[in-house]
Design a protein around this ligand. Structure first.
Ligand code: NAD
Ligand code: MG
Length: 397
């Protein structure tokens, strides 16, 4: 029996994780649920899953939840940064699903890593911000890191076992691997006229053709910043050199990524686009459990197609690849700028194509300074957000 804490329990990944747990009650127990402020959703989750502890980042939400929970359930309600770290590091906890969206996930995810937990990593922004420090911490603490992001999970599944066991330090060339092929659907605007991108609305950007996801990652998929963040995520997880990592557009999202070997073999992982598959894989690894996902029907799929990414259409992807080559400061700044820009787009403050402009201007403005601790990274993240906000006001007025 694994005791699990779910960070971001009310979100898209959190909800899918709880479905996989509910389908396998003999093997998993919900120990803790964590969310930001959605009291109603959390109340429903508490009634269905009866965790030992529930944590709301927003203190008022924690109070409201406490008032509505039936006392007979004896669920402990907490709030506060230290209490969150206490929850993920508690000795009773075996596994932490890291599915808070954005930079807010960094501290609790890293706390779980430092405590040597089994960490199922969906929160890609944490790794984009702190890549080297994060991987070093996992190795030092003996934490088991399993990638939930469907592409990285696919890549992981296509790798030899000794490479899987050595994430962050693996030598792909020595394992006979020539390339990692990171696939992406191209999102809802893959074939839209370039001239129409400027006026695309949040509702259009969030309407992903294949995946159902939270709003931030949906917009990131429309700009392909998501693939850019995943490129950086792959760089750290699989210790890739730039020449080893390629992005391939594959609109059907049936192949979730591939590994190309020196002898000409290409191993792909396929499945219906449903996050319960990679979640179930991470939960049970190295075993397999039921996820509730329909088996892939190749006769319904019919065709698989591929093309190269167009950097004019997707400037955010080019920015992320450049930032990855530049280093840790650049990826931290880009991630912060992008979170601010996407939030502003979702609020209707800027246009769709302005997201890339904000990101580019923030990247140009960074100064090399060297990041040697998580505190340095958090400070640079905060400073980049202030700068991105300044740029935003210039774009909107
Ligand atoms: P979502 O918006 O649906 O849910 C976000 C969750 O994070 C919610 O539970 C929310 O309460 C919580 N949260 C938000 N701000 C918080 C804060 N400041 N502190 C604590 N909790 C906070 O997001 P999602 O689509 O589930 O994505 C979660 C993460 O997983 C993201 O990093 C995303 O990139 C990654 N991911 C998602 C998918 C997907 O299919 N949805 C696929 C791959 C990776
Ligand atoms: Mg992904």
């Amino acid at each position: 029996m694994q005791n699990m804490v779910i960070l971001g329990a009310t979100g898209s990944i959190g909800t899918s994780t709880l479905k996989v747990i509910a389908a396998n009650p003999q093997a998993y127990k919900v120990y803790g649920l964590v969310a930001h402020a959605s009291v109603e959703k959390m109340l429903a989750l508490c009634l269905a899953h009866q965790p030992v502890v529930v944590h709301m980042v927003d203190a008022a939400a924690a109070q409201a939840l406490k008032a509505q929970l039936p006392p007979a359930l004896k669920i402990q309600v907490t709030s506060g940064a230290d209490e969150l770290v206490d929850l993920v590091t508690a000795p009773q906890v075996d596994t932490v699903m890291a599915a808070i969206v954005g930079a807010a996930g960094l501290v609790p995810t890293l706390a779980a890593v430092n405590a040597g937990k089994r960490v199922l990593l969906a929160n890609k922004e944490a790794l984009v911000m702190s890549g080297e420090l994060f991987m070093d911490a996992a190795i030092r603490a003996g934490a088991t890191l399993l990638p939930v992001d469907s592409e990285h999970n696919a890549i992981f599944q296509c790798l030899p076992q000794d490479v899987q066991a050595n994430l962050g330090r693996c030598d792909l060339a020595a394992a006979g691997i020539s390339h990692i092929l990171l696939t992406g659907s191209g999102g809802p605007f893959l074939t839209a006229p370039l001239s129409s991108l400027k006026t695309m609305t949040p509702a259009q950007a969030c309407k992903h053709p294949n995946w159902s996801m939270g709003p931030k990652i949906s917009v990131d998929s429309a700009t392909m910043m998501n693939k850019g963040l995943e490129y950086i995520e792959a760089r750290w997880l699989f210790n890739t050199q730039p020449a080893q990592l390629k992005v391939v557009i594959h609109p059907q999202s049936v192949i979730h990524s591939m590994v190309q070997y020196r002898d000409g073999s290409v191993i792909a992982q396929m499945g219906n686009p449903d996050m319960r598959t990679p979640i179930a894989h991470c939960m049970a690894y190295p075993q397999r459990i039921s996820s509730g996902v329909e088996p892939l029907d190749f006769f319904k799929v019919g065709q698989l197609s591929f093309c190269e990414p167009d950097f004019e259409r997707f400037p955010c992807l080019a920015l992320a690849i450049a930032a990855c080559a530049q280093g840790q400061e650049a990826t931290t700044v880009l991630n912060a700028a992008n979170e601010v820009a996407v939030a502003a787009f979702l609020q209707g403050r800027i246009g769709f194509t302005d997201i890339a402009k904000v990101n580019e201007r923030c990247l140009i403005a960074i100064k090399q300074r060297g990041l040697s601790s998580i505190e340095d990274i958090i400070a640079l993240d905060a400073q980049s957000r202030i700068y991105a906000e300044e740029i935003l006001t210039k774009i909107t007025c």
